[in-house]
Design a protein around this ligand. Structure first.
Ligand SMILES: *Cc1c(COP(=O)(O)O)cnc(C)c1O
Length: 224
């Protein structure tokens, strides 16, 4: 079997310049992350607060840590105080405001992405596109001093039907453009679209992804 560094190189070869690769390392041991780090990887994605915090302490501090999992309100404080760079999975205004409050207390700048729900599975979380466009008003945005909204994140339906996957990615990109041309138009740092995983990232890139989140193709299957 190929090594982590070989797999990483072959994933990178499929990603054009200007698209950031987030190596999704959840459930994998620190040694695997270290191997990717030594091969030059600096963006890592984790989905559990406890696991991210533990890994942050064991690895160099020039890593950009992305939180990509469902964030419970009682874990926000711990996550903000870990060296997290971007919280990709903000799925409510309440959570956004809670992150702002904890970031203010910790005096730490945090980037966030708003999670958009377009997939047909009920289990996936996030704002519905219309809901997001209505909820994100200027009062909410003006009150953010420590949190910076840098874009949107989303997942396509879990299916082999590539036309369905493409429609989902297009709906995420469309939501981004709507916000970028509307409520976020004066925010130049609002420019990221995080979408695409191991099985569908080339389609996500085709539809405008600026970040892809790839786990299995780099680290192999996860053991739960
Ligand atoms: C686990 C996960 C990924 C990576 O999935 P792979 O299929 O292993 O590439 C990407 N995004 C999110 C939100 C995840 O939870």
């Amino acid at each position: 079997m190929a090594t982590v560094s070989e797999r990483l190189q072959s994933v990178k070869a499929r990603i054009p310049e200007g698209v950031e690769l987030i190596a999704v390392s959840k459930f994998h041991p620190v040694e695997a992350l270290r191997e990717a780090y030594d091969a030059g990887q600096r963006y890592f994605g984790e989905s559990r607060v406890q696991e991210l915090s533990a890994k942050v302490m064991q690895l160099p501090d020039d890593i950009h840590w992305h939180f990509i999992g469902h964030l419970q309100t009682n874990k926000v404080k711990q996550l903000v105080r870990a060296n997290v760079d971007t919280i990709e999975s903000v799925d409510s205004i309440r959570l956004l405001q809670l992150i702002e409050a904890e970031a203010a207390k910790a005096e730490r700048k945090i980037k966030v992405l708003l999670q958009v729900h377009v997939a047909k599975e009920e289990t996936k979380t996030g704002f519905l596109p219309e809901e997001l466009i209505n909820l994100l008003n200027s009062e909410v945005i003006d009150n953010l001093k420590w949190v910076e909204i840098v874009g949107v994140m989303g997942m396509a339906s879990n299916t082999d039907d590539s036309s369905r996957i493409e429609a989902d990615f297009e709906a995420i990109a469309e939501t981004f453009r709507h916000l970028q041309q509307g409520i976020m138009s004066s925010h130049t740092s609002f420019k990221q679209i995080s979408m695409g995983m191991s099985h569908d990232f080339p389609l996500a890139i085709k539809h405008g992804a600026t970040m892809v989140r790839v786990g299995t193709d780099i680290f192999g299957e996860r053991e739960y």
